[in-house]
Design a protein around this ligand. Structure first.
Ligand SMILES: [Zn+2]
Length: 442
């Protein structure tokens, strides 16, 4: 296993959806990732990328862009910093599902598979492929030194629902799988023709239930390398039992993807490190059992999701997950044991306070001085969670009047059925009233 894990790629996924990091942060982060054993980055720009011309509206140059998106100069600086640290960059650009950042714009709305949902694109729409080509061209042009491109293609939830796609499914030889493969193959052919030097990766989930014979009919194995993702801990880990055999008979190279954050809850504040360690340990077992079924294992991506999709809430902020990432990288390379834990904890500055990997009853003691970039954010979130616990303890204990009052206020105004401003304002005014009343009673 050592040769397998240390002799293959180890990519850290930087998911910029909703939480792009400052450029100055990468100056500190990238050398650490390299020191901890990473060989590259899986860089998911989404709407933080400085798209130009026809695509300007969807990225950081757009009129309604997040102010925290990157300028072209900043984006180039990030790539330069990655190169300076010896980290290869593999950009990820979505080409089928998870296209919310594009399809939410009026200009691209007509390309939705389902008019009310902006996630999936309709592959039967004549404008779909030209859009994908534009996205890929701008991304590849901006990354002149890349060897790999990741085309996403995961979780295409609304596939085959419009009239044209339904017809293709009912009349096509391979139904839904055929519809998916035809679009993906069109994307793959375009990339291979335009950028013959590029190797291509895609997420595996839409292929997990497709017969090997069907995949081979499309020759997909000649064009792309699947990245098998699974983020569960040992208790619920479960890839299809024949997956490795099937992929082994279709693809030359196969990748894996674990998670160090962003996989245990869409509102998670800090990672449950034991979950992520268990995920990595189980992946190591999975590989040792199945690697003989594939030709080459190319490497692993340590995914760190910022949010579950474009519209979802943020989950763990990157700095809160540095300890999890460091431990997962070490576990991947050397296995998890007491010695690994002690060394990582020491390197991160957990000297007087332990580096906890299991959730503890709060409030917990919190360190005041650590040694990794963004530790202040991590400590701030810990303080917040301590206060949150104290607050809930207060309102759920002897102060029943507060609990009843809030419940009555919410119920009477039917706040749970409404999200408009005046109601929320009334709710907050109610809380101020309660505070005044409580003060008067005291
Ligand atoms: Zn369609």
């Amino acid at each position: 296993m050592d040769a397998l894990t240390s002799g293959s790629h180890r990519l850290v996924h930087i998911d910029l959806k909703g939480a792009p990091l400052r450029v100055s942060y990468y100056e500190k982060l990238f050398p650490l990732l390299r020191a901890w054993g990473a060989t590259g980055l899986l860089l998911e720009w989404e709407d933080t990328f400085p798209y130009t011309r026809e695509l300007a509206a969807i990225g950081s140059n757009g009129p309604d862009a997040y102010s925290s998106g990157y300028s072209a100069q900043e984006a180039r600086q990030i790539l330069q910093l990655a190169g300076d640290s010896g980290l290869a960059v593999i950009p990820l650009v979505q080409t089928f599902g998870h296209m919310e950042f594009v399809l939410k714009h009026e200009e691209w709305r007509s390309l939705r598979e389902v008019p009310t949902f902006p996630s999936s694109m309709c592959p039967s729409n004549p404008g779909a492929l030209p859009l994908v080509k534009m996205l890929i061209k701008q991304i590849v042009t901006f990354h002149p030194d890349i060897q790999y491109l990741h085309i996403g293609a995961d979780e295409v939830w609304h596939m085959g629902m419009c009239a044209a796609c339904s017809k293709r499914i009912s009349t096509g030889k391979h139904g839904k799988a055929g519809l998916f493969l035809e679009h993906v193959m069109a994307v793959l052919h375009f990339i291979k023709e335009t950028y013959p030097h590029l190797k291509i990766i895609m997420w595996d989930d839409m292929l997990r239930s497709v017969d090997a014979s069907v995949m081979n009919e499309y020759y997909i194995g000649k064009y792309v390398e699947p990245m098998i993702w699974h983020y569960n801990s040992r208790e619920t880990f479960g890839l299809p039992p024949d997956l490795w055999d099937r992929f082994g008979s279709v693809f030359l190279n196969v990748w894996g993807a674990t998670a160090f954050k962003g996989a245990t809850g869409s509102c998670q504040h800090i990672p449950t490190i034991t979950h992520h360690l268990s995920n990595h340990e189980r992946w190591l077992e999975e590989l040792s059992m199945n690697v003989n079924k594939i030709i080459e294992f190319k490497g692993i991506a340590f995914t760190g999701w910022s949010r579950y999709d474009h519209y979802a809430t943020l989950c763990e902020l990157f700095p809160t997950s540095i300890p999890s990432l460091a431990l997962c990288l070490k576990t991947w390379l050397h296995g998890y044991n007491e010695q690994t834990h002690v060394q990582v904890a020491k390197d991160l500055g957990y000297i007087e306070f332990p580096l906890l990997i299991t959730p503890q009853p709060r409030p917990i003691p919190i360190p005041s001085n650590l040694q990794y970039p963004g530790w202040q954010v991590a400590v701030g979130i810990e303080w917040y969670l301590n206060y949150k616990t104290k607050f809930h303890g207060l309102v759920n204990s002897e102060h029943h009047s507060f609990h009843r009052y809030v419940t009555r206020t919410v119920s009477s105004r039917k706040l749970h059925e409404s999200t408009n401003g005046p109601d929320i304002l009334q709710f907050n005014l109610g809380r101020v009233d309660w505070h005044k009343r409580l003060s008067a009673e005291e």
